[in-house]
Design a binder for this molecule. Structure first.
Ligand SMILES: NC(=O)c1ccc[n+]([C@@H]2O[C@H](COP(=O)([O-])OP(=O)(O)OC[C@H]3O[C@@H](n4cnc5c(N)ncnc54)[C@H](O)[C@@H]3O)[C@@H](O)[C@H]2O)c1
Length: 275
């Protein structure tokens, strides 16, 4: 069977395409025969990928970038993100969720029937189900400005729970909530992935903010960090037309870490470094 994942001649859009998982995803899509547009705050330098610059903290920039993207879009990959410190809590929330969601919602009218969206969350967003009551006003916030206002009004809560973790929890919550209407009203699938530690430009920030020992403790039984390509493959798989019955899924790509936590084989608190 040729073109197993069905990307030949399809149009794909990737955010965060200048680095890491987004860059690996854009490269892979080109190899799979897709027409690829990369969106990032920095230029995307991949042969065969059209580069559009966007700052996900700025609604005007999001609007202009969405306008510049040619439709119809068959697959959208939202990989852009910030790690937490030294970036401000507000910037982390805006890039990781408020702006990312705004870009997706602005592009939905350009998405073809049967198309799909994959959002990169994180295994760091564990426990989102217990936070649903807190997160739902942000999940349901109408548009960028209402999302930003929620973040500004809840600055203390965000600081106390870590902006990175909270931004990833809300992606999981939004994915499960928004997938229903996107499918019913537009025939568009929405899923997210929850990667474990991955060797990208973001990793030194995680080490600095949390300590290397804590990041290492989030490795699953695989016992190493993933490569960006090991996240790109599940992303292109879940957005492929071959996954046409996969909707609203929060897909763990974490080397078995979450599975082991769920059944008690790993106790994360016991793995955390003692002072
Ligand atoms: N690396 C990890 O261990 C890890 C683990 C779980 C989840 N993630 C998530 O994976 C995604 C990809 O991160 P990565 O590890 O490839 O890191 P990366 O730093 O290599 O890539 C992030 C990309 O986002 C872009 N970006 C940052 N601010 C932006 C803005 N204002 N507007 C538009 N684009 C912006 C950057 O320019 C960069 O190209 C992120 O959402 C991250 O939170 C990473």
């Amino acid at each position: 069977m040729q073109d197993v994942l069905g990307y030949a001649g399809r149009r794909a859009v990737v955010t965060g395409s200048a680095s890491g998982m987004g860059e690996a995803t854009a490269r892979l899509l080109v190899e799979l025969g897709a027409t690829v547009t990369g969106l990032d705050v920095r230029p995307t330098q991949i042969d065969g990928v059209a580069s559009i610059e966007v700052d996900l903290r700025q609604p005007d920039s999001i609007q202009a970038a969405a306008h510049a993207v040619a439709g119809p879009i068959d697959a959208f990959f939202n990989c852009a993100g910030l790690p937490g410190p030294p970036f401000s809590d507000l910037d982390v929330m805006l890039v990781n969720f408020v702006g990312g969601r705004q870009l997706i919602e602005t592009l939905v009218p350009k998405m073809s029937e049967g198309s799909a969206i994959a959002y990169v969350a994180s295994a760091g967003g564990l426990g989102w189900q217990q936070q649903l009551g807190t997160l739902m006003p942000l999940v349901q916030a109408a548009g960028f400005e209402e999302g930003r206002r929620w973040c500004e009004a809840n600055a203390e809560l965000i600081a106390n729970s870590s902006s990175y973790a909270l931004s990833k929890q809300v992606i999981n919550a939004w994915t499960t909530w928004r997938a229903y209407d996107l499918m019913k009203d537009h025939g568009v699938r929405l899923n997210c992935i929850n990667p474990g530690p991955t060797a990208t430009a973001m990793m030194p920030y995680f080490h600095e903010a949390n300590g290397k020992a804590l990041v290492d403790a989030a490795q699953g039984p695989v016992g190493r960090y993933s490569t960006p390509e090991e996240q790109a493959w599940p992303l292109v798989f879940i957005n492929s037309p071959r996954c046409s019955y996969v909707v609203g899924e929060t897909f763990f790509t974490d080397g078995g870490f979450f599975a082991a936590l769920q059944n008690g084989q790993l106790d994360f608190s016991a793995l955390m470094p003692k002072d």
